[in-house]
Design a protein around this ligand. Structure first.
Ligand SMILES: [Zn+2]
Length: 322
């Protein structure tokens, strides 16, 4: 009994596969023990697992390869983008540096301009004070050869150089510029109105300002102007811009033009053969206003030219530039 039980128990560990043919022939039984079954099953399972794993690995490898290509492409794109960005940054940095330079230059130019404005405003005021208000008495008595005429002309020359400096320092349309433009126009007008233009083509003078022996009166009297050589009919030009305050017959002056230049300045053009302007007319510097003649108290054709400051005759050579 005990041995049978063991035999049955042992038999349970077998797996029997029966082969029953339908035609004649004996039944065949293949008996597989449990150990083999387990081994076979495990092997089959492992085989399947290996196949699955291999498939999976292959697919992962393939996917990885695709991803790697994609990543490489993406990386390249990022790198080129980075390069472009760096180039852009470099370009902007360069532009910034250039702008900084321009701003620095502009600021220095601005400083120069402001200094120029202050400088010429001061000079302008000094000139007006010195030549028109304060030293009028002194100017009226200064004779030729004094340092005064040269210094006035030097002042004018300096004002002109200041104008060119201000012009060269022109900036954009901001307050400084308009201030410059305003002052520049003011100064240009002032210089334009100053009687500095030699009124005839000839540069020959034969009777200066001051006491001299009068050819008609035959005695020493004050000569209020400067006699300039010229033929009858030669053009006479305005010494500065201004308004004709007189045009007509004026006693000993004969046919005479008086131009008011403002700032206390007036110029006289006497003995004219012809007057080409009318009273009240505005004239510009160097404009033709009349013709040389010998009308009035005159012995021969010439231009008698006077510059008066607040109606006081002064030496024209202080102002006119040959
Ligand atoms: Zn004269």
């Amino acid at each position: 009994m005990k041995s049978l039980k063991g035999k049955i128990s042992a038999r349970r560990n077998y797996l029997s596969v029966m082969y029953i043919p339908h035609n004649k022939g004996g039944v065949k039984t293949i008996r597989i023990n449990h150990y083999r079954t387990t081994l076979l099953t495990t092997f089959a399972f492992m085989l399947v697992a290996l196949l699955v794993l291999t498939g999976y690995t292959l697919s992962v490898v393939k996917q990885n390869r695709e991803m790697k290509i994609q990543h490489t492409n993406e990386l390249n794109a990022i790198l080129s983008e980075k390069e472009q960005l760096e180039a852009l940054i470099a370009k902007q940095a360069k532009e910034l540096a250039e702008n900084a330079e321009i701003i620095t230059t502009m600021n220095s130019v601005k400083t120069i301009s402001e200094e120029a404005i202050d400088s010429y405003r001061e000079q302008y005021e000094n000139m007006v004070v010195a030549y028109i208000d304060k030293d009028l008495k002194e100017i009226g008595t200064v004779s030729r050869g004094d340092k005064k005429p040269a210094s006035f002309k030097e002042d004018v020359a300096e004002l002109r150089s200041l104008i060119s400096l201000v012009e060269s320092a022109k900036l954009s349309e901001d307050d400084v510029t308009s201030k410059i433009a305003q002052k520049e126009a003011q100064l240009n007008n002032y210089l334009d109105a100053l009687p500095t233009y030699w009124p005839v083509n000839s540069r020959t003078t034969f009777s200066g300002f001051g006491r001299r022996f009068h050819p008609i009166y035959k005695r020493y009297i004050m000569h209020d102007g400067l006699d300039m050589a010229g033929e009858k009919g030669d053009p006479v030009y305005a010494a500065g811009a201004g308004k004709v305050s007189f045009a007509g017959w004026n006693g000993g002056y004969g046919n005479c033009i008086i131009i008011d230049h403002g700032n206390g300045f007036k110029t006289y053009y006497a003995h004219l053969s012809k007057i080409l302007v009318k009273e009240g007319q505005r004239v510009s510097k160097a404009e033709k206003i009349g013709l040389v003649g010998s009308t009035g108290l005159s012995t021969s054709a010439h231009l008698h030219f006077e510059v008066r400051l607040n109606d006081k005759p002064t030496d024209p050579l202080y102002y006119i530039e040959p």
